[in-house]
Write a protein that binds this ligand. Structure first.
Ligand SMILES: [Zn+2]
Ligand SMILES: [Zn+2]
Length: 403
């Protein structure tokens, strides 16, 4: 990924740079040695530079996706480095430059194979391999039995310390999910926190009291807000009356909690996206794709999770769903689509929308020193978008990403 020391600087110009809190018109972004070096208004361009003309569009940081299962026919759970690279290349085309491959439910051996494949792809990765693997999101298999969603029920289990210690020992897990009500959840959260992970509760029917215990053990995030999580109504079914507060109220009530939305226009209505944005703000809300292998593939039937025995889902080209039942089964679009949707469907400003797709997930996942914004010293992960927010150019560590 490193540019040779003698390579000329890379200069983005003739566009509006999108910073976390403002737009910078007529910007120049100077990169050198794979890093962003300078950011400012248009001035005389260095004569020996490689120029990238934004053509009146936007210069933005590369996107950071903390919840994503696959793309272009490959699922990270397929367990080969080639499948990992295929999915990373697909997401790079949509502007994602830092990616957290996300596990589904599955056997301990399938999870171990996924982690090994990600380690291998990260070790050998170049800009040609697409989005850089920033860490793995250990997501399945510790889900609540009644909130497994489109994941394989057979691959679900309660946290098993012997198993997860082995997985954590790979060192590649940076985000760790577990349903808060499961036996052993708190020990899992403590171990994940000790390892420096973003600790999250998902696919859960937890009560406020269970969330409060999880919070004390280090849990600070909830996966895909409103999807596969508890609500006042679901807890009434579990416990009757008096009605109890759920994961939703817990997240909204705690400043230290963050969450994420799937803004594909199919999972959540515009008013729910607006509600999440207004209640949580751009520093606590992340955009994620939660994309499965059907991203950039024709409509049809696909395995969710491992190619060998993942659950069958269907894609109509807009969203994934469970055949027959109609329940949604993760998205089939990239972060660029989520960015355009959030801009179109909510009152969030452009810098806020881009922040939710870059700096906020980078901060929450602990990679903001390297990625997430156009700031001197950070890696030169830079996009050029046109005025309609379509991805035109992608640079990963200062190298152009090309198919
Ligand atoms: Zn999920
Ligand atoms: Zn997911």
């Amino acid at each position: 990924m490193k540019r040779a020391p003698s390579a000329p600087p890379l200069v983005f110009h003739n566009g509006t740079a999108i910073l976390p809190d403002k737009l910078l018109p007529d910007a120049v972004v100077v990169c050198d040695g794979g890093r962003i070096r300078h950011l400012g208004r248009m001035r005389k361009l260095p004569r020996d530079a490689t120029l990238v003309d934004a053509k009146g569009g936007y210069i933005t940081p590369g996107f950071v996706d903390i919840h994503v299962h696959g793309g272009a026919g490959a699922d990270f759970m397929d367990g080969t480095a080639e499948a990992v690279r295929t999915a990373c290349r697909a997401h790079a085309r949509h502007g994602t430059t830092s990616i957290f491959p996300t596990t589904t439910t599955g056997s301990p051996a399938q999870l171990a194979a996924m982690l090994k494949a990600c380690l291998e792809a990260r070790r050998d990765g170049t800009a040609a391999d697409g989005a850089r693997i920033a860490g793995v999101h250990f997501y399945g298999p510790y889900f609540a039995p009644d909130k497994v969603g489109c994941h394989s029920q057979a691959g679900r289990r309660d946290p098993d310390a012997r198993e997860y210690r082995r997985h954590f020992a790979t060192g590649i897990i940076r985000i760790a999910t577990c349903a808060a009500e499961l036996p052993g959840a708190e020990a899992f959260y403590r171990e994940a926190r000790r390892r420096g992970c973003l600790v999250t509760c998902g696919h859960s029917n937890a009560t406020w009291a269970e969330m409060a215990r999880a919070f004390r053990a280090g849990m600070r995030h909830v996966d895909h807000f409103w999807c596969a999580m508890s609500s006042v109504a679901s807890l009434r079914q579990r416990y009757g009356t008096p009605m109890q507060a759920s994961m939703e109220q817990f997240v909204l009530a705690h400043e230290a909690m963050s969450t994420e939305v799937i803004a594909d226009g199919c999972h959540l209505s515009p008013e729910l996206l607006e509600f999440a944005y207004r209640q949580l703000g751009p520093r606590r809300l992340c955009l994620v794709t939660d994309a499965n292998r059907a991203l950039d593939m024709p409509p049809g039937r696909y395995r969710f999770g491992c190619a060998a025995d993942g659950e069958w889902i269907e894609s109509d080209g807009r969203v994934g769903f469970v055949p027959g039942g109609g329940a949604l089964a993760s998205s089939v679009v990239g972060l660029d689509t989520m960015v355009r949707n959030l801009k179109a469907m909510t009152s969030a400003t452009l810098p806020e929308v881009i922040r939710m797709a870059s700096l906020t997930p980078a901060e929450r996942a602990g990679v903001a020193r390297e990625a997430g914004s156009l700031a001197p010293g950070k890696r030169a992960d830079v996009l050029v978008l046109n005025r309609r927010l379509q991805v035109k150019r992608v640079f990963i560590g200062g190298e152009p990403y090309a198919e």
